[in-house]
Design a protein around this ligand. Sequence first.
Ligand code: ATP
Ligand code: MG
Length: 307
Amino acid sequence: LRDGSGALCATGELAGLRLLASGKVRDLYEVSDTELLVVSTDRISAFDVIMTNGIAGKGKILSQLTVFWLKLLEGEGIAHHLITANIDEMPESCRQHAHILDGRSMLVRKLQMLPVEAIVRGYITGSGWVDYQATGSVCGHVLPEGLELCAKLPNPLFTPSTKADLGDHDENITVEQCTSMLGDGPSRAVSSLAIKVYQFASAYAAERGILVADTKMEFGIIPGTDSVELILGDEVLTPDCSRYWPQADYAVGRDQDSFDKQYVRNFLKSINFDKKTPLELPPEVVTKTLGKYNAIFKMLTGEEPRL
Ligand code: ATP
Ligand code: MG
């Protein structure tokens, strides 16, 4: 199920594995009662619309970068869902599809995902900037007056959003709304864990000349247990879910050059994309996007992705 450029746009039927769900980018298969296989395809979505063509190799970059970060975060005591990303360590039901799955798959603990996305912002841009201009605050955090576009925030902010169903748009919510959805204790726990992840990642990236402007993560709990331990799931600190800015070119008051999906959003804005109708990204946008994803992978890991 590849497009004309060879991008894997859907993994489709994999004998022996049950397709549980298909998100905008990832296909989820059930491996056992407690384990899932998360397969990152080469699909790209922007403004919650899946484009008709993919970006060949993007799924592998996302998957391998997530694995890279999860292993680093494990060293910081953060519990996560990854069991293995090594195809040779996976059950035969997965291994038999190695030619499709290798390099783009994670065997993970099946989680009950929380109904919020945990976004942390260190800088004010994107929907945070839109909200700030309209209200002077973001997700209930009142901010200093006179901040310029892309200004560094006094401290990283937890700015949750809803997890919309496929086809719907995620919406920013206040911390108060998050608390009424999750309860006070869990909401505080998500906030402090998300900020811890952000702070670790931004310190790590800063040593490599990169600013993490913001990032989105998802937590879950082990279903069917009394444990309320939060487990970091989904993808982590990828250029799909984060904004990565080169420190050397950073200046307030304007948009930043970036190594992430912002480039695609900007292209779509430039052609007055209606934010509804899937379209085909032109070849030069595909190439440039892949180049940016490759570049940030190398800057952060010091290695080439295994494509
Ligand atoms: P969302 O906006 O919810 O992220 P999406 O369309 O972006 O939806 P994808 O990111 O493509 O979805 O697919 C990943 C899906 O898998 C998400 O719905 C995420 O909540 C879910 N998920 C990630 N890790 C786990 C896990 N360990 N157990 C169960 N579900 C998971
Ligand atoms: Mg997602």
